[in-house]
Ligand binder design. Structure first.
Ligand code: KMT
Ligand code: NI
Length: 178
């Protein structure tokens, strides 16, 4: 089963609501691949011993991992962090997230700067390429637990838009051409 993604409407209301267009404008996994966004569906019930996850980590060099629980009572500075996550930003490295429980939205910009909302739930692993503008929010269930993966020592630094002068951004834009 694939994950679901769609173009967002332009309303500024509650970031946690789905913001679908009417009629819905779905975005396929193929379209997302063209943006450099990749997805795996895994069995999150066995994440601690999952050979499939092990293989992905080995193949792609994801040596680092930690687990973040995003919930009012679990995450220090919850409100502030959620606000930061929802600011449009980029990173100089890939962002790799694996949803172990709950659900969340990752929004990414397409080639024409339109927002695509990616609905992530338990078992979805996603990679966002370095240099892509994106943001993150919980949905109306207000809870997710996610594994963060990284190649080597993690760098969580986010650069809010505009961040167009970074090599990672220019390289990403070049990668869209091919
Ligand atoms: C980011 O940089 O967008 C995030 O780390 C999102 C929150 S992690 C589930
Ligand atoms: Ni990010």
């Amino acid at each position: 089963m694939g994950l679901e993604a769609w173009y967002m409407d332009s309303s500024d209301e509650d970031q946690r609501s789905p913001h679908r267009m009417s009629p819905n404008q779905p975005v396929s996994l193929e379209d997302m691949k063209k943006l450099g966004v990749f997805h795996w569906k895994l069995n999150a019930d066995i994440y601690e011993t999952d050979p499939e996850l092990e293989q992905i980590r080995k193949d792609r060099g994801y040596s680092f991992m930690d687990i973040i629980t995003i919930h009012q009572d679990k995450l220090p500075n919850y409100e502030e962090k959620l606000k930061m996550f929802f600011e449009e930003h980029l990173h100089l490295d890939d962002e790799i997230r694996y949803i172990l429980d709950g659900r969340a939205y990752f929004d990414v910009r397409d080639q024409e700067e339109r927002w695509i909302r990616i609905s992530m739930s338990k078992g979805d692993l996603i990679t966002l390429p370095a240099g892509i503008y994106h943001r993150f929010t919980l949905d109306q269930t207000n809870y997710t637990k996610a594994m963060r993966l990284f190649v080597g020592e993690p760098v969580w630094k986010a650069y809010n838009r505009p961040a167009d002068d970074f090599d990672a951004r220019q390289k990403y834009l070049e990668s869209l051409q091919s």
